[in-house]
Structure formats: C-alpha cells, structure tokens
Ligand binder design. Structure first.
Ligand code: FAD
Length: 517
C-alpha cells in the first residue's frame, strides 16, 4: 500500500526519523486538533506556537520534496487519522511513539482497529534509553546517579572516565544573588510572519477565553530561528548561567536562562546538539567575547539541566504513569488560589512570577519552584490543580515534562520517589535570592500578623503539620526541632496567621478561564 508518516506536534525534526523511511518519500501527515487545544485552556501563545511551528515545518518538508497533507479536526489527532485510514484502504501509516500519555493511548486504539496497517516506531527525541532506567526509578534512583551514568555514556565533559575539572557537581558556585548593576543581555524578539499572524488570528477567534496574553508573540517558529537563538545564548548568556541560576529579579523574566525548553520540547532543537554547542563554547573560548568566557560551573550546570534533569524527568514519566497523575501525598484539598489566573496579589514575588507567565507563557525555573510551587505547597493546595495549571500555562509544557516537575519535584505528591523532601521555604530565602521583598507590601522581617510575609508563618505552619515528611532528612528535621523550641504563644500566633491567610485566598471556588463553546 501507500506509505504515510504521521508527524505529531512535538516531533518537528526529520533527523529523528529513520533514513530508510524518509528515503521512500512517504506522504507526511500533520494534524491540527481542536480538541487537543481545548482539553485544558492552554496559554494562547502556546497554541500559536504549536500551530505556527507545525505549519512552518510542514512547508519545510514540502520544500524538501515530501508530499504533505495537513488535516484539521474537531477531534483529537487520532480521530483525523481514523477517518483517513477508513477512507483510503490502501494507505499504511507509520507514527512515532507520542511523548504524552493520552495521545499515546489514542493511537494504540487506532493501531488495534486498523490491525496491520498502522506501524509504530520508537520515539527518538531523547538521549536516555527509558526502558533501561525505568525499573530503577521506583527504587529511589536519584538524579545524581543517573546524570553521572549519562555523562559516561555520552562522554560529555569527561576526561577519560573522570569528570572534567575533577568534580561532578559545581552547584555550590551556582547560587549567587544578582549584583545590582549587572547587564542582562536581551533576547531578540522575532516578529510574527504571515503564517504566525494567520495563526494568531485563528487562536483569537477560536479560543478567545484561553489563558494568557497574546498582545505580543516573539518566539522563534522555525528551526533556523531557534538555532540562531541557541547560538546567541552560548555567546552572551551561558557565561553567567551557572552563577545566577537561582536568582530572581523583578521585571526580568529570562535573566541568564537559555529559554530553549520551548524549542527542545517540540523538536526544533535536539538535546544532543544543544549540549554539544555548550561544550564547544566552553572548549573553544577563542570565539567568545572576552567578557563572556564560559566557566566550567556554567557549562556543567547547563549540561546537568539538559542531560541530567530533562532526561531523568522523562524516564520518571515513563516509569510512573499513569498512577503519577493522581497522587496527592499530603491529601491537600484547597483549590488553586485565584491569583494564579490573574496575578492579582500584594505578594510581589507571586505577582512578578504570574505576570511573566501571563505575558510569555514562561517563567524561569526558580520562580516555578521557589515561588509558584512553594506558595501552592504552603497554602495546602491540591497538587493536581497546580499540575493542571502548569500544564496549561507554560509554552514549554507537555505532560511528560511538567507532571514529574510538579507532582514529583516540587510538591512531593508522589511521597518522595523523585525528591527527598517537600520543596518549601520561608520569606528569607526568597529575599536572599531576589529583589522582590523590597517592593512588597508585606514585611519579610516580620514573622506573624497581617504585615508579615506570609511565606514566613506559612512555612513554620507547614513544618509543624507535615513534620513526618521531614523526619528522614537531616537538614530539614533540624527545622522541626527549631519549631518545637518556640514558645506556645509563638506557635499559636503562627497557626492563627496561617489559618487566617489561607482562608483569605479566593480559593473556595475554582476560578479559571472557561471556554464558551
Ligand atoms: P534553562 O534554565 O536555560 O535550562 C536549560 C534547559 O534544561 C531547559 O531548556 C530544559 O530543557 C532543561 N531543564 C532544566 N531543568 C529541567 C527540569 N527540571 N525538567 C526538565 N528539563 C529541565 N520544563 C519544561 O520544559 N516544561 C515544563 O512544563 C516544565 N514545568 C516545570 C514545572 C515546575 C513546577 C518546575 C519546578 C519546573 C518545570 N520545568 C519544566 C523545568 C524547568 O523549570 C524548565 O525546563 C526551564 O525553566 C525552562 O527554561 P529555560 O529553557 O530558560 O531553562
């Protein structure tokens, strides 16, 4: 029969497909699924990004001599293929294993229905062989061991079998707060071309109630544009990536982060090539500006994120789904506070983080972790609601990557399979790493009462309420002891402040943008 190849929304790179298959010049099929866009009210810029990159990629495939079919469906991706296979009995379809669970099961049913006509190939957008590591995850196999194995496997930053510079980890050098006068290089904004503009109009008219702002869209939409941004990152921001990895500055959503996850996660960029570009920048400093020489702690920190965390997170997803979705270790029942939808809050750190998300579908890692997740934990929010929010709100969010980060790394919803302790902190740490507190209505030095930074008393309240989850962890069980040494009136004041603050959040009703449909 005639061979067709389905390329899904996050598989936009021909390098990842078998050469023998491509040599047959199959009909390449793309699907634009309205239902996928509507399961949750995804950020408008994410919808624009997914559709625009896919359309640009379809054109690029056509220009390389492939016949291309672009389908639109009211249903899911598999629904469009279902009709097509029914209509054309001679058509045989190859598809690559989808990265996301639901899309995967839809295609499994399809393969079953059209027995023999649908062929699945393995997903080759990742570096690690998930099958090899899956069984280990359940047994407390942590990032650090996994990362070292992958360093050896790839030879990245290795001198023989030793890590370059003699150490596997330079995180100690990577927790600097930002000097006041430091210059943060700008990321060029890419103006929407005609294709992107068409998609912007489409999203505005079809899904006006989706989350987020669409006043401006400036992401890359082709591989060439994304590669240019990656090169620029290596030249201008990688040098400081490590040192200021954990810093926050109001009004500066990107700092020295790469902002490449969005391109890595749909195939415009491949993880190997980005790691290799960073290593090349480190090894050949002649090409770099004297002010931007790349230190080892930066390049190692960057490789750790992509080769370590990103790959580890994906293996976790493969190992833990589908149960990972439903977990709620602490049994939290509060709804996600309304401020996650509109940034309407007096807490300066939360306001800045949510504003970035509304404007860019992005905030950097430490805002995701130390501000947005921390606050959710401390207010006893149902982690599955936070998970849903992260999935819809971020331009780089696909279930395989956001879910382990939210339900594993930052909320401890899995009870400690991914992380060793819940991620919580008081206002002091936010103050140390950011400039937010100086601009905040609340006082970070105050411990309790209406003027005090809510992170302060909420933190102690959390330590008290969930003391068991800290018990095994030396550093944090110290905090339990510190709490226990407080006087009874102090403890009472902490409890009162915490209960009052949590009750003051508009979380009794679940407020969120809904579709009109
Ligand atoms: P950089 O700081 O420049 O890091 C370089 C690259 O490393 C990133 O592009 C990314 O590909 C990779 N990386 C770093 N940390 C992680 C991680 N923990 N997991 C996976 N990859 C990582 N990342 C997503 O890609 N999609 C998500 O939906 C997502 N949701 C998150 C939710 C929470 C609560 C947290 C704490 C983290 C989440 N992350 C997610 C991980 C990380 O925050 C983002 O990858 C990163 O902020 C993307 O921005 P960047 O490209 O500028 O990253």
């Amino acid at each position: 029969g005639d061979r067709a190849l389905l390329i899904l929304y996050d598989q936009l790179n021909l390098e990842a497909f078998p050469k023998e298959l491509l040599a047959q010049k199959p009909l390449i099929i793309f699907v634009e699924s309205r239902k996928y866009a509507m399961v949750i009210p995804h950020h408008k810029q994410k919808l624009v990004y997914i559709l625009s990159t896919q359309r640009h990629f379809a054109i690029a495939c056509h220009q390389q001599g492939f016949p291309v079919l672009n389908l639109f469906t009211e249903g899911f991706h598999a629904d469009a293929i279902d009709s097509l296979l029914a209509e054309y009995p001679h058509l045989a379809l190859t598809y690559m294993q989808p990265s996301e669970w639901d899309t995967r099961s839809q295609f499994e049913s399809l393969a079953h229905k059209f027995n023999g006509r649908v062929q699945k190939i393995a997903n080759s957008f990742f570096i690690a062989n998930a099958e090899k590591y899956k069984p280990k995850i359940k047994k407390g196999y942590r990032l650090e061991t996994f990362y070292r194995e992958l360093r050896k496997q790839t030879g990245y930053l290795m001198e023989g079998d030793k890590p370059m510079g003699g150490s596997w980890n330079y995180d100690k050098e990577n927790r600097k707060s930002l000097p006041k006068k430091i210059v943060i290089p700008e990321i060029p904004e890419i103006a929407p071309d005609a294709i992107t503009q068409e998609v912007i109009d489409l999203v505005k008219s079809y899904l006006p109630d989706a989350f987020g702002n669409l006043d401006r869209f400036s992401y890359a939409v082709t591989r060439e544009q994304a590669l240019d941004l990656a090169k620029l990152f290596m030249q201008s921001r990688l040098a400081n990536f490590g040192a200021y990895e954990d810093a926050i500055k109001t009004g500066e959503p990107f700092l020295f982060h790469s902002v490449l996850s969005v391109y890595l996660n749909n195939g415009l960029l491949m993880p190997q090539e980005i790691c290799e570009m960073a290593i090349a920048a480190y090894e050949d400093q002649n090409n770099l500006d004297q002010n931007n020489l790349v230190p080892l702690n930066s390049v190692e920190g960057f490789i750790r994120q992509i080769l370590g965390w990103r790959e580890y997170i994906r293996v976790y997803y493969e190992a833990q789904m589908p149960t990972a979705r439903t977990q709620n270790y602490f049994g939290f029942t509060n709804n996600l506070p309304q401020l996650y939808w509109n940034a309407d809050t007096d807490l300066a750190c939360m306001r800045d983080a949510v504003t970035n998300v509304l404007n860019y579908g992005y905030s950097h890692h430490i805002q995701r972790l130390m501000v947005l997740s921390n606050f959710s934990n401390l207010t006893n929010t149902d982690p599955r609601q936070l998970n849903r929010w992260f999935w819809l709100a971020y331009i780089d969010a696909y279930e395989w990557v956001e879910l382990p980060n939210v339900l594993g790394m930052s909320t401890f919803a899995d009870g400690g399979i991914l992380a060793s302790k819940p991620y919580v902190s008081g206002g002091n740490y936010i103050n140390k790493m950011s400039d937010c507190c100086a601009k905040c209505k609340y006082d970070v030095k105050e411990k309790v009462g209406d003027q005090a930074c809510p992170f302060n008393y909420l933190y102690w309240h959390f330590v008290d309420q969930h003391r068991d989850s800290f018990a095994e962890n030396g550093r944090v069980s110290l905090m339990v002891n510190t709490y226990d040494k407080k006087t009874d009136p102090d403890k009472q004041a902490i409890r009162d402040s915490a209960v009052k603050f949590i009750a003051s959040l508009d979380s009794d009703k679940m407020v969120q943008p809904l579709y009109r449909d």
